[in-house]
Ligand binder design. Structure first.
Ligand SMILES: Cc1ncc(COP(=O)(O)O)c(C=O)c1O
Length: 465
């Protein structure tokens, strides 16, 4: 057997509270039974939604609660976002904009830029105590709408499993302007439609576009994904959507084994999703109960949002050990978590895990954090307010470096990300505010930074645009 096989095979021994969340039967599916080729035209073609693929997609739409067209994608939600931004470019007029939450995935930022789709950010909800992003509230979306808004893009549920009320946002936005399209990046929500106690999926809530990573929590392997066009988007844009898919934006040769596995996961969840997800709830509840003792606690409900109980975010701040160290030390002990930051680690209860994983996980966690309490008065990182957008990034012609102290009032020529919070806090084309400079000074040496000059002594600014 090859080296890579044996290296990856060893991952089988890890206790995985992380993606991919794969249904055991899907994991065990015989690969030979999935052989396929795009030249075997008798089964039709994924890209043109012909032959048997039409049936597959109809089943997907039914199962995921979509009254329009659903379409499998073998390139993750990253690929699905690529398709939809290409489609948006052909639908939107040049001066129209996408109003987005700031915690969008980098594939949204990247695809918007490469297709020259202007993005504007709405008010951002960030809990600086827990150091997590929260979805927008209804009013944040409504306050962000302008005459130029053509699309509202929501990234929900968040990494920690909090969701906003997409149904109500869809209704209110349409009441304000029926032409606005609502696009939900629901990468973390491929299981939502299969259990009544989970938040509504964007498909059920009537959004126009919804993208989901089926490999994250929908039961199939990497990098399974699905794009949903709601009823209205299907009526208006189905032909353009297929033209987009066929235009070379996705690989011509897609994975038959992956599509077969997505369909298998769909059929299991459609028939017995509630029971399968009930089991996830039980395991997560056990983990929550065990953790909620001593110097650790689990982030709980918030009245403004629904919460996905299959995610357990452990607040480690009172232990004095950072979430980064907890993640690394758990990994050394053969336990993987879903994501982590300075003050917390998040466990995703996957379909492969059994309840037996809880005790060794909590024992390892306690071994790492000990039992002492520390003063939690360590200042948490606040995030600066959204910067004013001056110019679209693709219109920046040249850049130069300036000392951080001299940058206020100038226009950024680089993207700046820091952990926490883990998203772009400043982007090319935005005006540097004095608050932003003060913020960068305050995090020097405290937070991890993605910037040209990681010491933050200087910034790249736009010279000409
Ligand atoms: C909100 C969101 N969108 C998109 C993606 C990209 O998903 P994929 O890995 O399926 O390409 C991620 C990945 O973490 C994500 O969190």
């Amino acid at each position: 057997m090859s080296d890579a096989y044996s290296v990856f095979r060893r991952h089988g021994d890890v206790i995985k509270w992380c993606t991919p969340s794969i249904l055991p039967e899907v994991l065990a599916l015989d690969a030979d039974a999935c052989e396929g080729s795009i030249v075997l035209t008798q089964s039709g073609d994924l890209l043109t939604n012909s032959g048997y693929f039409r049936t597959l997609h109809e089943s997907a739409a039914r199962a995921y609660g979509n009254s329009g067209h659903s379409h499998y994608c073998c390139e993750g939600t990253t690929g699905s976002n690529r398709v939809l931004f290409r489609l948006l470019r052909s639908i939107m007029k040049n001066d129209e904009e996408v109003l987005a939450t700031r915690n969008v995935h980098q594939s949204v930022v990247e695809n918007a830029r490469s297709r020259r789709v202007p993005l504007r950010y709405m008010r951002t909800r960030y809990d600086s105590d827990a150091e997590i992003f929260l979805p927008p509230e209804e009013q944040d979306v409504l306050d962000g709408l302008t005459d130029k808004t053509r699309v509202v893009l929501l990234s929900t549920p968040t990494y920690e499993g909090y969701s906003c009320d997409v149904r109500s946002i869809v209704d209110k936005v349409r009441a304000r302007n029926p032409d606005i399209l609502v696009y939900v990046d629901e990468a973390w929500g491929a299981h939502l439609a299969f259990h009544p106690d989970l938040p509504d999926s964007g498909t059920q809530a009537g959004a126009d576009f919804v993208v989901q990573s089926i490999h994250k929590h929908g039961g199939a392997p990497n990098p399974a994904s699905v794009m949903h066009l709601g009823r209205r988007a299907t009526d208006l844009y189905y032909d353009e959507f297929l033209r987009t898919i066929g235009s070379g934006v996705l690989a011509t040769t897609y994975s038959f084994p992956l599509i077969a596995r997505m369909d298998y996961a769909r059929s299991i969840l459609e028939q017995e999703g509630q029971a399968r997800i009930d089991r996830l709830f039980e395991v997560a509840e056990r983990l929550r109960n065990e953790v909620n003792r001593g110097n650790l606690s689990v982030l709980g409900d918030r009245s403004e949002y629904s919460r996905d109980p299959t995610k357990v975010t452990v607040d480690v701040r009172r232990s004095g050990v950072s979430g980064y160290d907890v993640q690394r030390k758990l990994m050394e002990r053969g336990i993987a978590v879903s994501n982590w930051g300075q003050g917390s680690v998040t466990f995703l209860t996957t379909f492969q895990l059994s309840g037996d994983a809880v005790v060794p996980t909590v024992d390892a966690l306690r071994g790492i954090v000990g039992s002492s309490f520390v003063d939690s008065s360590v200042a948490s990182v606040q995030i600066p307010a959204n910067l004013e957008k001056v110019v679209d990034p693709w219109n920046v012609v040249s850049t130069r470096d300036v000392h951080l102290e001299e940058s206020a009032g100038l226009v950024l020529g680089e993207d700046i990300k820091c952990y926490p919070p883990g998203v772009f806090i400043g982007q090319v084309g935005e005006r540097v505010s004095s608050e932003f400079v003060e913020f960068l000074q305050s995090i020097k040496g405290r937070a991890k930074v993605v910037a040209t000059d990681k010491s933050l002594d200087s910034l790249v600014v736009a010279d000409e645009f």
